[in-house]
Design a protein. Structure first.
Length: 243
């Protein structure tokens, strides 16, 4: 690397002038807290992104490896559309980064009992989980592989939170089918099922069958339901809001 052992002022000057290698080097300094700079994830992403836009392969690789922070979290505003836009701007829209953002929202707001604001946040997480499923489905078309049961698990749980009972039930059944179809790589079948989300999927199914089965319209044709469909109308009616 031509900027190895150069002082940070020289690297920054070259980076600001558009040198991709210097931009990558500056991003690396912020990433590791070296060269007299503080460790700063947002600055590292910023300079890696500038280099990646010029075709710098290692910068793109580092962007994919860095944890991505959910935008606007400090202001309490969560928007799936804004998150996807920022990921797009950073050139890192892929199933892993979108899943990371979705799960961060999900784990913070999926609480029982859940508030209206929490449910609204879960809707944004649901949009991101659906995006993950779309990206995975595209890969599955190319590889003729099985749907990801973990993604379907999150989609089912999010739908349950916003009272989409039929959707939650059918997607959970689809997820359980995906678990059963996934090749077993562990000797212990129960462990295999557990790591692919079977326990949670079964909990969703059992809870709905015990309490809300009359609200499930597609019991016998659950596989026909589009897991990527998002409907908030029932939640809006119950919560008395318009999204």
């Amino acid at each position: 690397m031509k900027w190895h052992n150069k002082d940070i002022t020289t690297i920054r000057r070259a980076a600001e002038q558009g040198d991709a290698e210097a931009q990558f080097a500056l991003g690396a300094c912020y990433n590791t807290g070296e060269c007299g700079l503080p460790e700063d994830l947002s600055q590292a992403q910023n300079w890696y992104r500038k280099a990646a836009r010029q075709g710098h392969y290692m910068a793109q690789t580092m962007l994919n490896m860095l944890p991505y922070e959910v935008p606007n979290k400090s202001e309490g505003k969560i928007s799936a559309e804004q998150i996807l836009k920022e990921l797009q701007d950073n050139g890192v829209v892929n199933k892993d980064t979108v899943m990371e953002c979705a799960y961060e929202i999900y784990k913070e707001h999926f609480k029982i009992p859940i508030s209206v604001d929490g449910a609204i946040a879960i809707i944004e997480a649901l949009k991101l989980f659906v995006k993950v499923n779309e990206l995975e489905s595209k890969e599955n078309e190319d590889r003729n592989s099985i749907p990801n049961s973990t993604t379907l698990k999150f989609i089912a749980q999010c739908n349950l939170v916003i009272f989409n009972i039929n959707q939650a039930y059918c997607v959970a059944r689809q997820g359980l089918d995906a678990v059963e179809a996934t090749p077993q790589i562990f000797m212990d079948k129960d462990y295999h099922r557990s790591i692919h989300g079977a326990d949670t999927l079964k909990e969703v199914i059992n809870m709905i069958e015990a309490n809300f089965l009359d609200q499930v319209e597609d019991v016998n044709e659950y596989w026909r339901v589009d897991a990527n469909e998002i409907c908030t109308s029932r939640f809006e009616r119950i919560a008395g809001i318009i999204l």
